[in-house]
Design a protein around this ligand. Structure first.
Ligand code: UD1
Ligand code: CA
Length: 502
């Protein structure tokens, strides 16, 4: 889209958002993983070739902190504080002089947008600005027609159809409330007129606020050219005042994201049930099954498959990775053709190298698994470095925490670890070593050695038979004639039965 000459933008973002019933300022509520204000900022950057002012007030410190964090995407912009939120007109009254003072070049016109309309597109905004320019208007506002216009300012038109004024829902008569054309809260105003009109606003209305919408009536009364650009996509104009609106906007934003991905070559089996945040990228020929959630800075390569109900947060998958059902990956890096899950939990800080395999019910934390290595069943590995072609047996656990400190475990290339092994960190298993099933490893194991620690097994001849004989057919204890105390199991089925019957 071409940039408009000398256009400054004012974003209204100071309101409390009382109807959200939240401690978070309204404009910081996320839509598809980005605060609503972020959408307004990006939109502003599309249309402004001059400065952008953001009016903050309620929760100003939090809003400012967000803007600073994302500065690189939004610059240049100016933050103007509206210490008391006396209305949208009052907010513009604060922004205008600040913008005028801080802009090297005087703006010839101003675009004013609400910070709570995240679905508004740059195409629609461009159409509004172009219409304003080509018609030589003094003031042009964006409107749309809704089946349920409640809550919005209504557009009141005269006999010839020209816009006369905007009446707020709370100030409207029952007849005015029946008007279905609404004010989106997006305006293009010539600079000179804006400057002259701001001093004329007064708070004589139901809310006792200074309304920016009053500039419309004033312009009409002064004989200025006031136009409305009616957009047909009314969903796009949804203003978020409650969490119900937030859900509507969220759903539409996610639909757009999924659509963009599908058009880019990603298969999404059920777009209604796939949740993808704004920043996420997904490569071609990747397949997303129902219930997949991709959050934050997640980047998925080509030819991956992510099966049902898996969530990836700030994770990177290289090409050809398969994530089976119901996995959780946080801040993970998974290299080519590795396989994860089902039901694996990768807590932050894991790197899974090429063709490695992490199987069922495996939890990993700050662990690196080398190329082709396997951790297939029921394991917890934390603070662990694993080389290539290692086999970690079922039920292997690293004991990485002694109650005070976290310690590291190192498992070198080609190690074979049997089932049910505990590795008490810090410990190193040398290259090619073998650890017997059931071993508790407390000391380093040299390369190519066998590490084994087991209580020697004893078989007591006939004990099982005697124990059976101890029980009569009704399951009640016998007189114990045939068995010695040593033979008695610590918890017999008989005792369990008695407990069950109480
Ligand atoms: C506003 C419009 C209404 C329009 C609707 C579209 C006015 C008076 N009304 O109503 O005609 O149909 O948007 O969504 O403008 N804000 C400030 N400072 C304030 C008050 C609000 O910066 O003192 C900001 C808010 O953070 C918000 C925006 O202005 O981003 C709109 O405020 P809100 O209270 O949501 O106005 P609506 O009642 O929705
Ligand atoms: Ca609003």
């Amino acid at each position: 889209m071409s940039r408009q000459n000398n256009t400054s933008v004012i974003i209204l973002a100071a309101g409390q958002g009382t109807r959200m019933k939240s401690t978070l300022p309204k404009v910081l509520h996320d839509v598809a993983g980005r605060p609503m204000l972020g959408y307004a900022m990006l939109l502003a950057r599309h249309v402004a070739n001059n400065n952008v002012a953001v009016v903050v007030g309620h929760g100003a410190d939090q809003v400012r902190a967000y803007l600073v964090k994302e500065k690189a995407h939004f610059d240049p912009f100016l933050v103007v504080e509206q210490t008391q939120q006396l209305g949208t007109g009052h907010a513009v009254q604060q922004a205008y002089p600040a913008l005028k003072q801080h802009s090297s070049q005087a703006a010839s016109k101003y675009v004013i947008i609400n910070g709570d309309t995240p679905l508004l597109t740059s195409e629609t905004l461009a159409a509004l600005v172009n219409y304003h320019q080509s018609e030589g208007a003094m003031l042009t506002l964006l409107t749309t027609v809704l089946t349920d216009p409640s809550g919005y300012g209504r557009i009141l038109r005269g006999n010839e159809g020209s816009v006369c004024r905007v009446v707020e829902d709370r100030d409207a008569s029952s007849e005015e409330k029946r008007v279905s054309e609404i004010n989106v809260g997006t305006y293009v105003v010539e600079a000179g007129f804006l400057e002259s009109v701001l001093g004329q606003l007064h708070p004589q209305n139901a809310q006792g606020e200074y309304y920016i919408t009053d500039i419309i009536e004033i312009a009409v009364q002064q004989g200025e050219k006031v136009l409305a650009w009616v957009t047909e996509d009314s969903l796009e104009t949804t203003g978020v005042n409650t969490r119900v609106h937030l859900a509507v906007v969220e759903k539409e934003m996610r639909r757009r994201i999924c659509e963009r991905m599908m058009l880019g070559g990603v298969t999404i089996l059920d777009p209604d049930r796939v949740v993808v945040d704004h920043h996420v990228t997904v490569g071609r020929d990747t397949v997303l099954h129902p219930g997949v959630i991709l959050e934050g800075e997640t980047h998925v390569g080509e030819n991956c498959t992510i099966r049902a109900n898996s969530r990836l947060t700030h994770s990177v998958l290289h090409r050809g990775v398969r994530i089976h059902d119901a996995c959780v990956l946080e801040e993970a890096t998974v290299e080519e053709e590795a396989v994860i899950g089902p039901m694996a939990h990768l807590r932050p800080g894991n790197v899974i190298h090429k063709k490695a395999k992490i199987g069922n019910f495996v939890e990993l934390k700050k662990t690196e698994v080398g190329e082709g290595s396997k951790v297939n069943h029921l394991s917890y590995l934390g603070d662990t470095w694993i080389g290539r072609n290692v086999n970690v047996g079922a039920g292997t656990i690293t004991c990485n925490y002694d109650g005070y400190r976290k310690e590291r475990t190192v498992i070198e290339d080609n190690v074979f670890i049997g089932s049910d092994v505990q590795l008490i960190a810090p410990v190193t298993i040398g290259e090619g070593a073998l650890i017997a099933a059931g071993t508790t490893v407390t000391e380093d194991v040299p390369a190519d050695a066998l590490g084994i620690s087991r209580i020697p097994q004893t078989n007591k001849e006939g004990t099982a038979a005697r124990r059976r004989a101890m029980l009569d057919p009704s399951g009640l204890p016998s007189n114990g004639k045939n068995c010695t105390t040593e033979d008695l199991p610590t918890s017999t089925p008989v005792i369990q039965k008695e407990q069950e019957s109480t």
